[in-house]
Each structure stands twice: as C-alpha cells, then as structure tokens.
Design a protein around this ligand. Structure first.
Ligand code: MG
Length: 281
C-alpha cells in the first residue's frame, strides 16, 4: 500500500464513526472499525463485512473496542467509566476484548485497539499492576492471532505511556496516536508527545482540537481538521520524521449530525490529500 493512505473511522452500528453504508461514497482505501455490537461479533458476520469491504476496495486497518457504560461526558466520568481501568467491569470487558480480537481475526485484520482508560501515573499506585496484568492477558490473546494491540492516546502523558508500555513488556503492544486527545485531555503538546513515543506508534488519528482554559480539568473542544491547535502540516511532517507510513485515519466525533460529519470529513480528506502531496512530493 502507498504511504499514508487516507482512512476514516467507521461504525457498523450507530456509533462514533461514519456509517457503514456511506464508506464507499468517501472513496477512501482504508477504515478503522468500531467493533460491532456483541451479537454481530461472530465469524459469519465478520466474513460478510469482510466481503463487503473487499467489494468496496477498502481495507480495515484496526478494530476498536468500546463498551456499554462508558461515558466521555467529562474528564472525571472518563476516569470512572472508560476502558479496562475500572475494576468492577474489568473482567467482563476483558472477555469482550477477547471476542473482539476473534472478530478482527475473522475480518482479516491484524490490529485491535482501545482506550484503556486512565492509567495511574505512578507504577507504584494501587491497582497499577492489575491494569498491567489485564493488558498482558489481552496482548497475549492477540499475539496468538498474530495481532497487535494499540492503545489510543490521550489520557496519559507521553512519559506515562512509555512507562506503561515498559511495564507491560509485550512486543505486540503499540500506540494509536491521537494528537487532538492530548489537547482535549490536556496531557501535553501533541507534537512533542509524538516525537517521544514515535517508535511505538503503529496507527494514528487525524483529529483536531482546541485547548481548554483549564487543561486536564475540563475538556478542550474537538473541531474540524485544520481548525484546531494541532497544526496538521507539522503533525504530518513529524509523522514522516518518526518513519510512520501507515493510514491517516480521520476521526470526527459528531455522529449526532451525520450531514455535517460527512461534509467535514470530505474537507479533511481534501486537506490531507493536499498536505500529503506537498510533503511527500
Ligand atoms: Mg482518536
């Protein structure tokens, strides 16, 4: 595949990404897929999706897990509800992630990804080693399928993420870098963070955002690509610097307004196509 194929985040069900039936309209060669609801995570459905993607000439580069009960309403709610960090839902969600890994295998996809949740910054913190353990279990299951596990960035600083990866100590644990999340969560300058974690980055999001006036306490705002504080040209040049050649997956999280979402994704595709030509020549 060419360097930096453009992609979009897509959903089979009503979800965060663009709807399944409009993927073809966007004429992009790759998608990342939000994992479908549990009743569709079987071999038969996966093979049917795989055939449809083949017909569209689209490759699925990652399947993202997400869970019932997660809420991104505000930062404290994310801490309480998101990913494998909350202890009371951890085992049930691990079981779901293993299912999602199986689904991805049937789909022909070598990457599973998720927001792990707010990992404590200090490896000595209570509960840290349990989060390391559950991540190892998931990594090992993925490794049996020849898959990578990608952690979505945002909730950790670059340093915190590097420490966590070191602690988990699994070769198939990688990063899905999202520059806007660093800004939205107030966890650091995205370009510096990308340089710091670069060697672990195996997939990325193209998303933009503006800083909150109280970074880390309240959300920044997600905005159309190119309109925020990431600096898309600088972002792509930094991706080139770290040797990243994979898909540029556009994420625009306004599923409540599909028309606007499609229009803005169309503009994002134009922007990335122009920047890619400028940078790669
Ligand atoms: Mg993202």
């Amino acid at each position: 595949m060419d360097t930096w194929p453009i992609g979009v985040f897509a959903s089979v069900d009503a979800g965060l990404g663009v709807a399944w039936d409009v993927i073809a309209e966007l004429r992009v060669p790759t998608i990342q897929l939000h994992a479908p609801s549990p009743e569709k995570r079987n071999q038969e459905s996966a093979e049917a999706f795989r055939a449809q993607l083949n017909d569209m000439g689209v490759q699925c580069s990652a399947v993202f897990g997400g869970f019932d009960g997660e809420s991104y309403a505000d930062i404290p709610t994310v801490v309480r509800t998101v990913g494998l960090v909350p202890a009371d839902t951890r085992q049930a969600r691990l079981a779901e992630m293993l299912e999602i890994s199986n689904f991805a295998k049937w789909l022909g996809c070598d990457t599973v990804a998720l927001h792990l949740g707010f990992i404590p910054h200090d490896p000595q913190a209570e509960g840290y080693s349990d989060i390391v353990d559950v991540t190892r279990q998931l990594c090992d299951h993925c490794a049996n399928h020849g898959q990578f596990l990608h952690l979505e960035t945002g909730q950790e600083t670059a340093e915190g993420l590097l420490e966590f990866i070191k602690q988990v100590d699994r070769e198939n644990l990688k990063i899905n870098f999202d520059p806007a999340n660093m800004i939205l969560y107030g966890t650091g300058e995205p370009i510096e963070a990308l340089q710091a974690v670069g060697k672990h980055v195996r997939s990325i999001h193209c998303k933009d955002g503006t800083w909150s006036d109280k970074p880390g306490d309240t959300w920044g705002a997600e905005v159309p690509l190119g309109k925020g504080d990431v600096g898309m040209e600088n972002y792509l040049r930094t991706l080139q610097e770290i040797g990243y050649e994979g898909p540029l997956t556009i994420e625009r999280e306004i599923p409540q307004d599909p028309e606007r979402q499609m229009a803005e994704i169309g503009q994002a595709i134009e922007l990335l196509t122009a920047l890619r030509a400028k940078i790669l020549g």
